[in-house]
Write a protein that binds this ligand. Structure first.
Ligand SMILES: [Zn+2]
Length: 310
């Protein structure tokens, strides 16, 4: 059972770098990869909506025309000794920009369960700005090259991204507006395209909001792909055999000489892909599902083999 791409009708297809060369075989992986994929599509949607509103604003902003007329009619009342700052806050732009930040963090949080599935790391999200992932990699992996790669991403862009998202979620003081500084007290405002474009403060730098979003989207795509490839989502890798359910139920107990497997209660084994000998078990107590290597069960139950090869 390979992962199928589903394209949403109201948005453009996502960049193919997500899930490039990856295979999701098992029921649980499919569920998790679909959750991750739909989150990526929502992120894509936010970026496209932002771009769409942005382009329309610069070409046909009727509301802004009204604003300009109002300003021209009332500019004589302004104190000519002062200079003024005009900010055009667009709800649509701010909404999609903030959703983009929130969804970027969601993508990271939905990526980690797939990593966890292959490594049994007990990580359930991208916590502490990735420090928990780094700690796990450094403690449990022989080669630390990947930990260094993740650390580099955190230092270069991921840390700032999570800071921005936190600033919005916890403090709500994050806007990205068109700004115009009227120093010459002209009686007419220029066109919206003459305003300073929406910018945001990222770390020490001020950046164009749209360029920042496009850059992050691209980096996030590569990051997701790298983590999944590192987690060995390829056809050559089968996850370890689960012998015990999280509820405590034991699917089987090997005799000391490892020639016989004892089963206390019956449970079902379903086939996912007969050619790759992949299937899944269902716990009879709590209904949890686990991927399994069918070769393992055939070894102890030859009758299963004759059933499967029919
Ligand atoms: Zn169970």
């Amino acid at each position: 059972m390979n992962f199928q791409f589903c394209l949403m009708s109201d948005t453009k297809p996502v960049s193919p770098i997500f899930f490039k060369d990856l295979k999701f075989f098992h029921i649980k992986e499919l569920e998790m990869s679909k959750t991750l994929y739909s989150c990526i599509m929502e992120l894509t949607y936010s970026l496209y909506q932002y771009k769409d509103i942005y382009n329309k604003l610069l070409t046909t902003d009727i509301d802004f025309e009204k604003y300009r007329t109002d300003y021209a009619n009332n500019s004589s009342k302004l104190n000519s000794n002062n200079s003024y700052i005009f900010s055009n806050m667009n709800l649509g732009l701010n909404y999609h920009y903030k959703m983009f930040l929130i969804l970027s963090k969601c993508v990271l949080d939905k990526l980690i369960p797939l990593f966890n599935y292959r490594f049994n790391s007990h990580l359930d999200g991208f916590h502490k700005k990735g420090a928990s992932l780094i700690n796990y990699l450094k403690k449990n992996m022989k080669e630390n090259e990947f930990a260094e790669k993740v650390q580099l991403s955190i230092d270069e862009w991921l840390g700032d991204l999570i800071d921005l998202r936190d600033r919005y979620v916890h403090h709500s003081e994050l806007d990205s507006d068109f700004i115009f500084y009227n120093n010459n007290k002209s009686s007419e405002l220029p066109l919206l395209k003459d305003f300073a474009q929406p910018t945001i403060q990222v770390g020490k730098f001020s950046m164009d909001t749209l360029k920042y979003m496009e850059d992050i989207y691209d980096k996030l795509a590569h990051f997701v792909n790298d983590v999944l490839i590192f987690s060995k989502y390829n056809i050559y890798n089968i996850p370890p055999i689960v012998s015990k359910c999280k509820c405590g139920f034991k699917f089987g107990k090997l005799e000391n000489d490892k020639t016989k497997l004892c089963i206390e209660k019956s449970f079902s084994i379903e086939v996912d892909n007969i050619n790759l000998k992949l299937g899944h078990l269902t716990c009879p107590i709590c209904n949890a599902k686990y991927s399994t290597d069918l070769n393992f069960w055939e070894r102890f139950y030859p009758i299963l083999k004759s059933h499967l090869n029919k």
